[in-house]
Design a binder for this molecule. Sequence first.
Ligand code: CA
Length: 319
Amino acid sequence: MKYLKKNAKFVDRYVTKWGAIAKDWQKGEKMRGAALIGAPLSKPSISHSGAAFAPAAIRDMLYGYSTYATSQEYDMKDSVLYDCGDILMHVTDIKESHCRIESTVNDLLMTSPNVIPIILGGDHSISFPSIAGFSSCKGKTGIIQFDAHHDLRNLDDGGPSNGTPFRSLLENDVISGKQLIQIGIRNFMNARAYHDYAKEQGVTVYTMKDVREREIKEIIFESISLLKAQDVTNIYVSLDMDVLDQAFAPGCPAIGPGGMDSWTLLDGITYLGQEPLVTGLDIVEIDPTLDIRDMTSRIAAQVIMDFILAKNDLPVMNL
Ligand code: CA
């Protein structure tokens, strides 16, 4: 019987995988460090989307990676990563599902003020309630959004969707425009009206042309400085995977050319992770049913690992 192991085809005695360090959160338990929270909602998506399947796909990829970071010669095998499971979504009521996301993020942060939530979408609509719940606990929040799109569409034409989360945050006074930085906005994927709206509101926009012509490090440091000048007490990073070029992220519903490459994104995430004010992250818009060999979910897993690795040196994590 000693060779009977669940789901194991081969075990190398010297390898620790992320799946071995992930710890199921018990209700009421106070967390400190990073915690995964699934928000499996994709019915508000404007286009066909199976992003509700992404939390499971990202976990599958993440838990298969080794905990050893070769560049840093550092093994994260003694780190803590909580997994809170998924938020139960309503079958038909989108606003009810959004309420559940907001209250869950709020409750978790009230119970565990030092937890760093990593929210796995879902489509981008989940960022409105997630950031609303985050900021009601954490105070004035700056947002750094990686995205091909502004996501500032009007709500009259289609209600709350994956095209409206940042419009909703602005219209509900959760943030002002100067608290929002958008990185990776692409040509021919947005209407003039929404770019004008971004400018009127004071949103900072870095297009893909900016990303190509400038160092991502410089853009990230400038973004953090701009948010600090607004006296934010926390920064939340919202990562829409369609910021990546279609060659890197085939599993996004809205794929296209001219996007970011994966190492630029991972470098950006590392610089953000090293900033103590960055205490929240969401990853959205991966549809595993469209993905090819889990390429897009694997990048999400790398983002999570690099983010936690970057946070490792910060005292708040106490990993
Ligand atoms: Ca988006």
